[in-house]
Write a protein that binds this ligand. Structure first.
Ligand SMILES: *Cc1c(COP(=O)(O)O)cnc(C)c1O
Length: 391
């Protein structure tokens, strides 16, 4: 009998041949500035744990206490019986932190984007999406049934042209990452807000990589660029700088009520464990009480970008703790990653389909948890690669 899935092996072989096949790596122990893989310790430049909170003692203690009082599983989706005390408390604290009327917690940032976009736009509407938006935004837009127009990265003139022709549509939704996850650059949020106002569009901003890192108080790029009151729909995730898991939306009470009724990834998915929310209440406290974590992180990012540029590397337009080093073809990029690994440095190689053909890169993620010596080691290894592998 022929194997109906035989085509998959062929496809995997093709990926192998193109240096595009990905493999799971398992680490032991906690996610910190170092990572233990196959009994070997690596300096971790791959995690999104920007503030070094993923294994924080106080956060872990908060989760343990919550397990003792609220148990582990949530039991159901939020509207049935799944919305527990710590969920409600986190939503309250999050709205206070973000200075919005209300907040809603989703099972993941991916679910927050898919659920929110599909609740805001449908057939008869038009969505405008930056070409470098996260996959969850792309998938939400596809699933919504609305017409989708993708505009070139950060190109507000192109977007304005699209918007000027979109008035016959019932509603318009502009959606963008605030801090782009591969390039580490920032969206022109003031310009986008002006366009949204001029062309009567909703503006939705995904702060996944910026929450806890950007802004005086750590609320993100909307705060940093002083446009919070012009962005009615703000998405974030607990899974990056806050060191936890889950996504959220903040905004008006009406928006949150609507999402709780209509965002299918909220309504039809079991609420995350209460203990995860208790942990994130503690993470918010740390973000509020310890601004030096984000300040030092951004300062070190700037210094590392300068060092890499001096060595001749192209770090593009990054302005953040996400520092891409563009190499181009997947094979030399893989080699660079392999070399770094031999030096005890874990730096992910990003290849198609995560980025377009010819734009393979090393993605360096900085964390507050890295020591100066760790950064020195990275700079030294990158210098060696520059002379040995890439000319
Ligand atoms: C990581 C990420 C998400 C998804 O968040 P998860 O909590 O990991 O599901 C959404 N948007 C952007 C921009 C991200 O980088």
């Amino acid at each position: 009998m022929p194997d109906p899935l035989a085509w998959i092996s062929d496809e995997l072989d093709t990926l192998d041949a193109l240096s595009l096949r990905r493999h799971l790596q398992t680490h032991e122990g906690p996610q910190t500035a170092t990572l233990m893989i196959d009994q070997q310790s690596f300096i971790n430049f791959g995690a999104n744990d920007y503030l070094g909170l993923a294994a924080d003692d106080q956060i872990c203690a908060a989760a343990i206490t919550a397990i003792q009082t609220e148990g582990w599983g949530s039991g159901a989706s939020p509207l049935v019986t799944g919305h527990g005390h710590s969920h409600a408390e986190l939503e309250k604290k999050l709205a206070e932190f973000e200075q919005t009327e209300a907040a809603l917690i989703f099972p993941s940032g991916f679910a927050a984007n898919v659920g929110t976009i599909t609740a805001l736009a449908s057939k008869g509407d038009m969505i405008f999406s930056d070409e470098k938006n996260h996959a969850s935004i792309i998938d939400g837009a596809r699933l919504s049934g609305a017409r989708v127009r993708v505009y070139p990265h950060l190109d507000v003139d192109y977007l304005e042209n699209l918007l000027s022709q979109a008035q016959p549509f019932r509603r318009r939704l502009i959606v963008t990452d605030s801090l782009f996850s591969m390039d580490g650059d920032l969206a022109p949020l003031a310009e986008l807000a002006a366009l949204a106002e001029k062309y009567d569009a909703m503006l939705m901003v995904d702060e996944a990589h910026a929450t806890g890192v950007f802004g005086e108080q750590g609320r993100g790029v909307c705060e940093h660029l002083q446009v919070e009151d012009r962005v009615p729909v703000r998405v974030g995730t607990f899974s990056k700088a806050l060191g936890g898991h889950g996504g959220f939306v903040v905004g008006s009470q009406a928006l949150i009520d609507w999402l709780a009724n209509r965002a299918r990834s909220y309504v039809f998915s079991t609420a995350a464990p209460m203990a995860g929310s208790a942990a994130m209440i503690q993470a918010l406290e740390i973000v509020k009480a310890q601004p030096h974590r984000r300040q030092e992180l951004l300062e070190r990012s700037k210094q590392l970008r300068q060092s890499l540029k001096q060595q001749g590397w192209n770090t593009g337009t990054s302005e953040s703790q996400i520092i891409p080093v563009y190499i181009g073809q997947p094979e030399p990029t893989m080699k660079a990653t392999q070399y770094l690994k031999e030096q005890g440095l874990f730096v992910p190689c990003i290849r198609p389909p995560s980025v377009p053909e010819g734009e393979s890169l090393l993605r360096i993620s900085l964390s507050f948890a890295h020591t100066p010596a760790m950064l020195e080691q990275l700079i030294e290894a990158m210098r060696e690669i520059r002379t040995k592998l890439v000319t």
